[in-house]
Design a protein around this ligand. Structure first.
Ligand SMILES: [Fe+2]
Length: 195
């Protein structure tokens, strides 16, 4: 008997909530897709991409925290810049997670799981000065960039061109651009009167 057949006539509009079942794919398990990559290569890429994903999600959330909590004379410009970078990091999060799924893996998704994996240090809950906010972001960017250089090289050597392209064209180049914009904010040049 099909499940729909169990619903009495005249009650088909009743939403069936509180449903539970086993997972269809456990985290860490790989399903095979016909994408011309060996399971070993796909597995390694999934593992690497989940690390970049966790760090990118943390960096993204650090931008939103600083977007909300920024203080001082540069409030407005940094409030806007932090949110712009947040949106760009959020786009990278989606690209990374969907690449992991495309490879047959399971992408990390929820904050507590991300917190267990990320290499980006946890900031305090309270507000900090702008130079400290910028320093935290720059450190997080460098963590992402260092791992991406190594992972892009590995993906290239393994023949995983798609992951290599994503890491190089999107993640590395995007992060490098953001580091430029950010790092100019901690250059100690006079605001009004020349030295
Ligand atoms: Fe906002």
């Amino acid at each position: 008997m099909s499940k729909t057949a169990q619903i009495p006539k005249g009650q088909r509009a009743q939403p069936i909530d509180h449903q539970k079942a086993h997972e269809i794919q456990a985290f860490g398990q790989l399903i095979r897709r016909p994408i011309g990559l060996s399971e070993k290569v796909a597995r390694k890429s999934v593992e690497n991409l989940n690390q970049v994903l966790a760090d990118t999600m943390t960096l993204r959330d650090l931008y939103k925290k600083h977007h909300w909590q920024v203080a001082g004379a540069t409030f407005h410009q940094l409030h806007l810049l932090f949110d712009k970078h947040y949106e760009e990091q959020n786009a990278l999060v989606d690209l990374l997670a969907e690449r992991i799924q495309a490879l047959g893996g399971v992408s990390l998704a929820m904050a507590p799981d991300v917190a267990e994996v990320t290499l980006v240090p946890r900031p305090p809950k309270g507000r900090e000065e702008v130079p400290v906010q910028v320093s935290r972001l720059l450190h997080a960017h460098e963590i992402v960039l260092r791992e991406c250089h190594a992972m892009a090289k590995q993906a290239d050597e393994d023949g995983d061109d798609g992951s290599n392209d994503l890491l190089v064209s999107n993640v590395i180049r995007g992060n490098e651009q953001q580091v430029w914009f950010l790092s100019e904010h901690v250059v100690d040049v006079p605001l009004v009167r020349a030295d």
